[in-house]
Design a protein around this ligand. Structure first.
Ligand code: HEM
Ligand code: HEM
Ligand SMILES: [Fe+2]
Length: 474
């Protein structure tokens, strides 16, 4: 069991700390899905939980929980792989543990405040105590400052462990990238009362996280996981990693321009955004090829049978290669040119892309890392997928794909009716949302959301039991 696994198989405290982060991450993932379901029902029955649990709150908690569970799982992954890569215990591990509790407690308080204080006047004190009002990063400023302190401790641990221990290529990229990732958070902390300026900087966090630094982060995880799971050659995965880093930053940084089309920024962003963001799928293809290439190559070298030491983790990592390419690469490319985006901007098409991209590029590989963690915690040489592992990956992936297709149809209808036919505007917005294609699409999204949730239940069940089973088989 996740909670009762004998952690004593770990040689390093850092790996135990990694597992603590994973546990909170999975709980928050569950909360995210429940909030999504509430918000989805509210699309169909607008009065559902009105003034008890408003759509604005359900949606906010849904996407904030998303960001936070992913950050927890990312920090967990780093603490988990750090001693493995550097060959030493993490420096300042006691402080790291303290920081974990501080961060977890702060998040509980923030969520309780969101839930109990849903409406009221927006004052200076609101920003400090209740809600900062920046989508995905709504945490009030006191929590922002707390997060910065905790992340400084985290970075201190990682950096000095890196300096003291073995320096692999994977860790070199990881340490440099984490500095950029953490630093960008600061861009989302300044308040200006000009909405254009506010959005300008807010996108530095959102875009430069998910389309640059988080992608590089995932690249390092994939490299590490491929070495662990299929015994891929380090020189090869590290070569790929450097190429990916170059391409990801090359296209991702100026690709930022695709959010500067209509917010009052200068018009040259149309060309810059169009060109660089169109190149963004290229590194995603490279990451896809990388996983499949290494997999194929290792299979060839080790004889006819592939030596996969952790099949559920590998399944999630292969899903990551596909999902990243599809959700971010293809669905992103669809609407990235200004000529297209003028019609699709802010429709359900955006939501379709947001779901498949976050799931495909991040949820998948982070779940894979949890399976690796469990294998490590029980000290099993091999871990085989169970029936529950298969149900989990199938239902979650199928559910998210189903939601994406449904939302794409809803978005398509909005583009045709609301934007092209009726020319946009308030009335057009509501007319389009009441037509059958849109409503049916929202029904299907809700059904597929339930499928995703059932998959999640299997996932938790599997994570709680697979360790014991693997231990028994080894
Ligand atoms: C894993 C990587 C990615 C993730 C997690 C992601 C996620 C998202 C999300 C959540 C939004 C909506 C933001 C909002 O609330 O306003 C968004 C918007 C957008 N994304 Fe991505 N994205 C990724 C990669 C890409 C790529 C590679 C492209 C282009 C090739 C792209 C193009 C866009 C565009 C153009 C928008 C603006 C949509 C609009 O105008 O409404 N994204 N993305
Ligand atoms: C039980 C399954 C889920 C349901 C029912 C659900 C439902 C929803 C709803 C109703 C919204 C608000 C959309 C709007 O304002 O138009 C939303 C937004 C969002 N959800 Fe989910 N969701 C689910 C799972 C997920 C998963 C697994 C992810 C990613 C890993 C995710 C990521 C997002 C993102 C990024 C947004 C913001 C999209 C945007 O602003 O364009 N959701 N979701
Ligand atoms: Fe972007």
């Amino acid at each position: 069991m996740l909670t009762s696994i004998k952690n004593n198989n770990f040689k390093y405290e850092s790996q135990k700390l990694g597992m603590m982060y994973f546990r909170v991450a999975i709980v928050l993932f569950g909360a995210q899905l429940l909030m999504g379901l509430i918000a989805a029902i509210q699309f169909l029955v607008p009065g559902f939980l009105f003034e008890v649990f408003d759509f604005s709150v359900a949606r906010m908690v849904h996407i904030n929980a998303l960001v936070v569970w992913m950050l927890f799982a990312m920090i967990g992954s780093v603490y988990y792989m750090l001693p493995d890569e550097t060959g030493i215990e993490t420096v300042g591990i006691k402080l790291g543990k303290l920081a974990f509790w501080v961060l977890t407690a702060a998040i509980v308080v923030v969520v309780l405040v969101y839930i109990f204080i849903q409406i009221g006047p927006g004052k200076e004190s609101t920003i400090w105590l209740i809600n900062e009002g920046r989508e995905y990063l709504e945490a009030p400023r006191w929590a922002d400052i707390g997060i910065v302190v905790v992340i400084l401790i985290f970075y201190y641990n990682v950096f000095f462990t890196f300096i003291k221990g073995r320096k692999t290529g994977i860790m070199t990229v990881m340490v440099a990238n984490l500095l950029a990732l953490a630093g960008l958070y600061l861009a989302g902390m300044f308040f200006t009362d000009n909405i254009s300026i506010d959005q300008y900087w807010w996108w530095w966090v959102i875009h430069l996280w998910v389309e640059a630094t988080w992608e590089v982060f995932v690249g390092t995880l994939a490299a590490y996981a491929l070495v662990k799971i299929i015994g891929a050659k380090r020189e090869i995965v590290e070569m790929w990693l450097w190429i990916e880093v170059l391409m990801l930053f090359g296209s991702g940084i100026l690709g930022l321009g695709h959010h500067y089309f209509w917010i009052g920024t200068p018009e040259y962003w149309w060309e810059i955004g169009a060109l660089f963001s169109s190149l963004e799928p290229v590194p995603l293809v490279a990451m896809f090829v990388h996983v499949l290439y290494d997999w194929g190559k290792e299979q060839g070298e080790s004889g006819s049978k592939p030596a996969i030491t952790n099949t559920p983790a590998m399944a999630w990592i292969v899903t990551n290669a596909f999902g990243n390419f599809l959700g971010a690469g293809i669905w992103g490319f669809f609407h990235t040119l200004p000529q297209v985006n003028i019609y699709t901007h802010g429709t359900q098409f955006t939501a379709a892309h947001g779901h498949l991209a976050f799931f495909g590029a991040y949820a998948t590989i982070l779940i894979g890392m949890m399976y690796l963690g469990i294998q490590g915690s029980v000290g099993a040489k091999r871990m085989k997928a169970t029936f529950k592992s298969k149900m989990a990956i199938f239902l979650i992936t199928f559910g998210v794909l189903g939601m994406t297709v449904a939302l794409t149809i809803a978005g398509y209808e909005q583009v045709l009716i609301e934007r092209a036919e009726l020319g946009g505007g308030w009335d057009a917005f509501f007319t389009a949302q009441n037509l059958p294609w849109y409503v049916q699409a929202q029904v299907w999204r809700t059904i597929m959301g339930v499928v995703t949730f059932i998959g999640f239940v299997y996932l938790v069940w599997d994570l709680l039991t697979i360790g014991k089973q693997a231990q028994a088989e080894n």
